[in-house]
Design a binder for this molecule. Sequence first.
Ligand SMILES: NC(=O)c1ccc[n+]([C@@H]2O[C@H](COP(=O)([O-])OP(=O)(O)OC[C@H]3O[C@@H](n4cnc5c(N)ncnc54)[C@H](O)[C@@H]3O)[C@@H](O)[C@H]2O)c1
Length: 322
Amino acid sequence: MDYLDMFCHPVWAISTALLTVFVRLQRNYARWNPRTCEVRLTGKTAIVTGANTGIGKFIALDFARRGARVILACRSEARGTEALNEIREKTGNSDVHLRLVDLSSLDSVRAFAKRILEEEKALHILVNNAGVSGLPRQITKDGLEASFATNHLGPFLLTNLLLDLIKRSAPARIVTVSSVNHKRGKVDFSHFRGEDLTYFMDEVYNHTKLHNIICTNELANRLKDTGVTANSVHPGVVMTEVMRHYPLWVRCIFNLVGFFFFKSSEGGAVSPIYCAVAEELEGITGKYFDSDCSLVLPAPLARDAALAVKDFEVCERLTSKL
Ligand SMILES: NC(=O)c1ccc[n+]([C@@H]2O[C@H](COP(=O)([O-])OP(=O)(O)OC[C@H]3O[C@@H](n4cnc5c(N)ncnc54)[C@H](O)[C@@H]3O)[C@@H](O)[C@H]2O)c1
């Protein structure tokens, strides 16, 4: 039997098809299923950043289905409007709104927060979902490294600017979408300004995702007894547009492997939704959840309380208007 015959053999073809079906069914598996969770969000307001595509769009869609007033915090008006119309149409919830923000710009974050504080009476859920991966070295007009600005410092400032509103709305939840890649991240405060950084294998992304967890943990400490919880979550490895800044050949491999093994955007939204709505998480704060919705320990650096205090202070200084 030559190789061609072997691959065309019915036993081989059937077992490959069965394996593919099995793997594709398994890949979205999580211990918790949003479809069977009956929590309603009527009367609640939620903000989801980066809600026009990928994981964020499915988080927003879920909140809208549960009856929340949902603010889609997006950078692109055209893509945001497309998502807004789709979410309104699919859920029949007309209380879904688009507000523009570029998280890599501190001025844009301030303008967005100002508008939210003027327009919204309450904010019960903030999901810091927007993020970039594979950005080449760029320094923003605030003098910050662009991946750090987008993934960490912009969301950090946004959270802090909205904090009084969130506290007044308690019980409330802040969910930060981090990544298991934080385990390969390091903390060096000169990174924030683009110093001493190498971009090999997207190390910058890993660092930003580590800072996400560290500062979320410190925020949780500061919010003790306020009724506001702050947790971080890994959504899984998910087929989204997150690789858009990578070379074409890397995207091709990601998409090919992803077709069989990675979660869909809907599957990636499950663990962030769990952190935002699951009743069993009432009062649980300063924790990190994996893509299976299980509470797990993050990397040791992410659990260093003294480092967290320092990191939070550095980020406060970098994002405050001096
Ligand atoms: N896809 C994965 O495998 C994976 C794995 C771990 C963690 N994550 C995290 O999940 C989150 C969502 O990513 P995704 O996979 O859905 O990717 P995606 O690229 O499909 O979506 C990212 C969203 O962030 C928005 N965004 C990017 N830069 C922005 C800016 N400057 N201002 C405002 N919005 C901006 C994009 O417009 C988009 O809506 C990210 O934080 C990402 O790091 C993704």
